[in-house]
Design a protein around this ligand. Structure first.
Ligand code: UD1
Length: 415
């Protein structure tokens, strides 16, 4: 298993381009199944989750090749509606194929996502909504079998704006005759990116990015080309790295509108942040201020995916910060690891209280994707050497994070 050796305390500097977003490309790869045609995705990040999704596409009978940052998918030879258990268990977000395969093949069989590194990930909202649209779903021994023959358009209300449920409903509904509406839909920009792609394929979707989405069913879809949106969580992670190392860096390929909650938090903490078109400049203060309260929320609130890296940054801030994690219960697995580095963090349920001071290197372990990125960010700012195990989690969502940080001057090696 790979690990990072990080000698902390070095300033970062220079510019870095932010790669395409994992959480946009994965549902877009599922959406490509609906086209029955060739699709080209540009700025596709070379991530283990992308390679895993390529395996799923090939199992379904599609061709999928990643050359550099261009992913070519051809779904004209799709011939299966089943995702094998091992592929489903490896990546829980594969549930996004439920709506796409049902929409294309009329039926689907896959296993239900159980526990994962973020705790149990229920899919009750996905199933309830799809049943409302007439999907016949049988759940047996951890497997889901669904038949879409009797699916019809309709109005669906989500009791919570789940990202995955919103995407699954859209994917299942683009081909249904008539108008389907989703109220209290999730508003995350990755959903808008997926809808932009579907509309290029000939779909008729309005309102993505708002809480009311309208899908006018179309009979035929076709291939399309699409550039994946920049990864806002990767951008946030590099901002955190600038904060822990008290550095100034420039990030290329960012959208200011996607980063509002994080920019506001770091400005409060004393950072100078400016945007020029698609570029961002951030200069961290010599001594960052604590932040009274960060509460993770659905978009446009503070993103749960950025919570761990921001916690790492707040460990170095002057004063006491409070974080409330409202989306996923198991986001606090990094706290014991940060404590090994000397962090002063109290946790009670969803609430974490962080008293900031300098950290020192330690032997620590990543246990999930964003936690791994957060520990890397902490190690960059800590004095001395950190050995970070569990780097394979980081590979799920960051393209060679160590190389990118090295290009900014970090002392980090992968062994
Ligand atoms: C997506 C993102 C993930 C991000 C999350 C929240 C992808 C591949 N993953 O995950 O990185 O952290 O959005 O922004 O895009 N829930 C239910 N029942 C359901 C569905 C969800 O109770 O049927 C709960 C979940 O347990 C969680 C909350 O709703 O507490 C948010 O989940 P959801 O928005 O669905 O996140 P994902 O789509 O899984």
């Amino acid at each position: 298993m790979d690990r990072y050796i990080i000698n902390g305390g070095r300033k970062l500097g220079g510019r870095l381009r932010v790669h395409g977003a994992k959480n946009a490309v994965l549902p877009i790869m599922a959406a490509a199944v609906l086209s029955g045609d060739r699709c080209s995705l540009y700025d596709c990040p070379d991530l283990s989750d992308v390679h895993h999704t390529i395996k799923i596409l090939r199992t379904l009978g599609c061709s999928a090749e990643l050359n550099g940052d261009i992913l070519e998918i051809n779904s004209d030879s799709i011939n299966s509606w089943e995702i094998p258990e091992d592929l489903m268990r490896e990546m829980r977000s594969s549930i996004i194929f439920l709506g796409a395969i049902a929409g294309k093949m009329g039926r689907v069989r896959l296993c239900a996502p159980g526990g994962c590194e973020l705790g149990n990930r229920p899919i009750d909202l996905h199933l309830k909504a799809l049943r409302q649209l007439g999907m016949e779903i049988r759940e047996e021994n951890g497997f889901i079998e669904a038949i879409a023959d009797k699916m019809h358009s309709g109005d669906v209300h989500l009791s919570f704006p789940s990202v995955g449920a919103t995407e699954n409903i859209i994917l299942a509904a683009v081909g249904l005759k008539g108008e389907t509406t989703i109220s209290n839909a999730a508003r995350e920009p990755e959903i808008t990116d997926m809808c932009d792609f579907l509309n290029k394929m000939g779909a008729d979707i309005e309102g993505a990015g708002s809480e009311n989405i309208r899908i006018n069913g179309v009979a035929h879809l076709h291939g399309a080309n699409h550039k994946i949106m920049p990864d806002r969580i990767v951008a946030a992670t590099f901002m955190c790295a600038a904060m822990t190392t008290k550095s100034e860096i420039e990030l290329l390929n960012v959208r200011s509108s996607h980063l509002g909650a994080i920019v506001s938090a770091f400005r409060d903490s004393g950072a100078k942040i400016e945007f020029f078109k698609d570029n961002m400049y951030i200069r961290a203060p010599e001594k960052a201020r604590s932040i009274d309260m960060i509460k993770t929320q659905v978009y446009p609130g503070f993103p749960t995916d950025a919570q761990s890296p921001v916690m790492a940054a707040l460990c170095f801030a002057e004063g006491t910060s409070v974080i409330v994690e409202n989306i996923f219960d198991s986001r606090y697995k990094i706290i014991p690891e940060l404590r090994k580095m000397g962090a002063d963090i109290l946790q009670d349920g969803r609430v974490a209280v962080i008293k900031g001071h300098d950290l020192c290197g330690a032997h620590i372990k990543a246990m999930d994707l964003r936690g791994g990125a957060a520990l890397t960010v902490a190690a960059l700012g800590a004095s001395g050497q950190t050995v970070l195990n569990g780097v394979h989690y980081i590979d799920r969502g960051y393209v060679s994070l160590e190389k990118q940080l090295k290009s900014l001057g970090a002392d980090i090696e992968r062994i």
